[in-house]
Design a protein around this ligand. Structure first.
Ligand code: ARG
Length: 459
């Protein structure tokens, strides 16, 4: 005889190694709160529908609250023989409330129970993550406000391209993280579906009032198909894929901060409290936080591949493979939360060096496009103007000069349309001021964009 909760049809004991292998308690114990919340709702619903008595429900609800307290006070020893959090809670309820605890699982299976638990858990965590992302966006926008008129080189192919405002660059990240938040908001809707009542897969013979359970647990709707209810992990795949995209955004920002804080760039200084030293090279100040965030992106992308691979080819309905959904999910939640939180703080401790950024704009012909635009303003077709500006760059390179250093005579050699007003036209500040197209780096545009972002964040 096997003494497991499911042991009735078994005549032999579970192999010890199988017990260890099968158990998920080390991982899913963090679902205890959601599990108990779901069970309490189930009990209240069963009492309302007279599947159990009001008195039984009262005893069991009180018992579950006691179990919760015991877990929080570390008074429960988790063991592989009880497999998972569901069985631990039920077993403990038995100790607290007696045999009546065996009524808790009426009309329910661990299959719909776990589907419910993860949804309760993930709805909360998604809310927390969205809040953290908003805080992070605030740090981004505060940085943009603080250095609103600072000019830096904008890059393509990591080659200096055209001058842009540092604040404009920061707001590019604001937009990326805004989309991340929208993605989480969107997948929240599909998380917000109550699966309990699907039981093992086919629904149940008890007159469950699923609508009432939904109401108690504040879900937006009840799931429509019992087989789908216990088979579906789309909401986890979606969540992790959104998290992976979000981490990739953090990773790109990290890469820039790492580059910018190098002596080669010297665009920014990250404060001592967010950098670390080297055990051998006394001069070193390493951007470890940014590097670690970039590195941790790897594990979240890995988690996405893991969950997709677990789900691929699974026949309906529940399969034990799905127990493997939790580690990648929990790791993703933990990683994204800490990375977002630490980033909000780190950004508050970044010092920008406007002079260095401005100097960098002076080298590398960042105003070559503007020289072409100048010629266009004098009536030359853009393709020709592009060619003339290209020749100007080649000529200046040869002379070891920048475009601004060319004499008027030298300019005239290239095109007689060029007049003394060219110098003002291609001055760095002017190149910014002229970027007037909506969404561009022009001073007014960016000022409005910063104000808009600040307004959206209530800053
Ligand atoms: N620990 C299981 C999981 O996380 C709970 C569901 C188990 N269901 C079952 N029929 N064995 O997936």
């Amino acid at each position: 005889m096997n003494e497991k909760l499911w042991g009735g049809r078994f005549s032999q004991k579970t192999d010890e190694l199988v017990e260890k292998f099968n158990a998920s308690i080390d991982v899913d114990k963090r679902l205890y709160e959601s599990d108990i919340e779901g069970s309490i709702a189930h009990l209240k619903m069963m009492a309302k529908e007279s599947i159990i008595t009001q008195m039984e429900a009262k005893i069991l609800v009180e018992g579950l609250l006691k179990v919760k307290e015991k877990i929080e006070n570390n008074e429960i020893i988790f063991s592989a023989s009880l497999e998972d959090i569901h069985m631990h809670v039920e077993d403990e309820l038995g100790k607290v409330a007696g045999d009546i605890a065996r009524k808790l699982h009426t009309g329910r299976s661990r299959n719909d129970q776990i589907a419910l638990d993860i949804r309760i858990y993930l709805k909360k965590e998604t809310g927390t993550i969205m809040d953290l992302l908003v805080e992070f966006q605030k740090s981004l926008v505060r940085l943009a406000q603080k250095y609103s008129d600072v000019i830096m080189p904008g890059y393509t192919h990591l080659q200096r391209a055209q001058p842009v405002l540092f604040s404009h660059h920061m707001l590019a990240y604001y937009e990326m993280f805004k989309r991340d938040i929208q993605r989480f908001e969107d997948c929240f809707k599909r998380m917000d579906v109550m699966p309990l009542g699907a039981a093992a897969l086919a629904g149940t013979t008890y007159p469950l009032n699923r609508e009432y359970t939904r109401e108690i647990l504040s879900f937006a709707k009840v799931s429509d198909n019992s087989i789908d209810s216990v088979s579906d992990r789309d909401f986890i795949m979606e969540f992790i894929s959104h998290a992976a995209i979000c981490m990739i955004h953090f990773s790109r920002l990290s890469e820039e901060l790492i580059l910018w804080s190098s002596s080669e760039f010297s665009f920014i200084t990250i404060s001592d409290s967010f950098t670390t030293g080297s055990s051998i090279m006394p001069q070193k100040k390493n951007p470890d936080v940014a590097e670690l965030v970039r590195g941790k992106t790897g594990r979240v992308v890995g988690n996405l591949v893991a969950i997709l691979t677990v789900m691929k080819s699974l026949p309906l309905a529940y399969n034990k493979d799905m127990q493997e959904d939790k580690e990648p999910l929990f790791d993703t939640v933990d990683t994204l939360k800490i990375c977002t939180d630490i980033y909000s703080r780190m950004l508050e401790h970044i010092e920008v060096h406007p002079k260095r950024m401005y100097e960098a704009c002076k080298q590398g012909f960042l105003n070559a496009t503007d020289l072409a635009d100048y010629l266009v303003s004098k009536g030359m077709p853009f393709r020709h103007a592009h060619a003339v500006a290209g020749r100007a760059v080649a000529f200046a390179l040869n002379q070891g000069k920048e475009l601004n250093d060319l004499s008027l005579d030298e300019f005239k050699e290239l095109s007689d349309l060029i007049l003394p007003d060219v110098y003002d036209f291609i001055a760095i500040d002017k190149t910014i001021a002229r970027r007037i197209s909506y969404g561009g780096t022009g001073f007014d545009n960016v000022k409005q964009a910063v104000a808009k972002a600040a307004g959206e964040l209530g800053l």
